[in-house]
Ligand binder design. Structure first.
Ligand SMILES: [Zn+2]
Ligand SMILES: [Zn+2]
Length: 341
């Protein structure tokens, strides 16, 4: 009898514990908003082998989900083929990067973005224009938004970025952009360029990574800064979901080989999206980097300054040998002439 009552108490305790854990789990799940799923079922325009003979649609627009748009600039108009991202909240919208082309007749970026914005209070929703970094191919389209009402364009140097987002200990810490029922985290990632930042959209759990991480050449202006940035971003995702990493360009084909720099034709492009695994692989890749060039399945590390210096040294060495050889030949000929042989 004593044994039976102990069994009953233990059973009840177990049942209550399971119920309590289940309630706590559900409460936690309810407080964490579910990630909105999107689609990347799209074939990005690959440019053309002969651009002048091919009709060009300047911007390809893909709706990832109803409030997130991916825009790609035509490779025939700019070999950079930049990807730009438009995120829409309930109060305002966010455009990440403005691409490589300023001329609105060639590249109707502002017009296209405005046409995608919903109305709010009888006008278009306010728009905030930000940049992953200050390289020209990510900000050339800024001028198209300059005089537009309800549009704010943030500057691209470190000071402007730091001041607008309120970073007090750059490049540490994160900032938040509130779009209304949609929060985007801003994480400083200098390395490719000194003012580089990446944007994490909590609604879709997508990281918009610019040239920090993409299927292409991750050119490093400052390898040590980039390594520290990679560690900080990996740390940020210890407690957060990450569905996709979407960068600024595609520069690799499906086999992981890079296209020639300046190519307007990208047959068999690598997929745009990289994964959490690619991000997790970045710190060790950067740590082991030989300072010149390293190829990984989904990205390439390269330091153009070091490569240029190595090339200059090689050219100098070849020239030195050539001059030395020439002088030796001339001296020999002179010697033959003087001895009459
Ligand atoms: Zn760049
Ligand atoms: Zn770029």
């Amino acid at each position: 009898m004593h044994c039976r009552s102990t069994f009953l108490v233990v059973t009840w305790f177990a049942v209550l514990s399971v119920a309590a854990v289940s309630v706590a789990w559900n409460v936690a799940a309810e407080t964490l908003p579910a990630t909105v799923q999107g689609s990347l079922n799209v074939h990005w325009s690959e440019g053309a082998a002969n651009c002048s003979a091919t009709p060009r649609q300047p911007l390809q627009v893909h709706s990832y989900e109803p409030q997130t748009f991916i825009l790609r600039q035509n490779l025939c108009l700019s070999f950079e083929g930049n990807f730009l991202y438009l995120l829409i909240g309930s109060d305002k919208a966010l455009l990440i990067d403005t691409g490589a082309i300023a001329d609105s007749t060639q590249m109707p970026l502002a017009k296209t973005v405005m046409s995608l914005l919903p109305d709010k209070g009888g006008a278009k929703m306010p728009l905030l224009v930000v940049h992953t970094h200050g390289h020209l191919d990510h900000r050339a389209g800024d001028s198209q938004f300059a005089s537009m009402p309800l549009v704010k364009v943030i500057g691209t140097d470190v000071e402007a970025v730091r001041a607008y987002f309120g970073f007090t200990d750059w490049p540490n810490g994160t900032a938040q952009i509130e779009l209304g029922d949609r929060t985007v985290d801003v994480i400083p990632t200098p390395g490719h360029q000194s003012a580089h930042v990446v944007f994490y959209d909590r609604r879709t759990a997508v990281l918009f990574s610019g040239d920090f991480l993409m299927p292409g050449r991750l050119t490093l202006e400052d390898s040590a800064a980039d390594y520290a940035s990679a560690l900080r971003v990996v740390d940020f995702f210890r407690t957060r979901p990450l569905v996709h990493v979407l960068g600024g360009h595609i520069e690799l084909d499906t086999g992981g080989h890079s296209y020639r720099v300046g190519s307007h034709y990208h047959p068999n492009e690598h997929r745009l999206e990289l994964s959490k695994q690619d991000l997790l692989a970045l710190p060790s890749a950067l740590k082991e980097f030989n300072g010149f060039y390293a190829r990984y399945p989904n990205f390439i590390l390269s330091n153009p300054k070091h490569n240029l210096a190595a090339l200059a040294i090689a050219v100098l060495a070849v020239l030195t040998v050539a001059v030395w050889g020439l002088r030796w030949l001339l001296r020999r000929r002179r010697l033959r002439t003087s001895t009459g042989k």
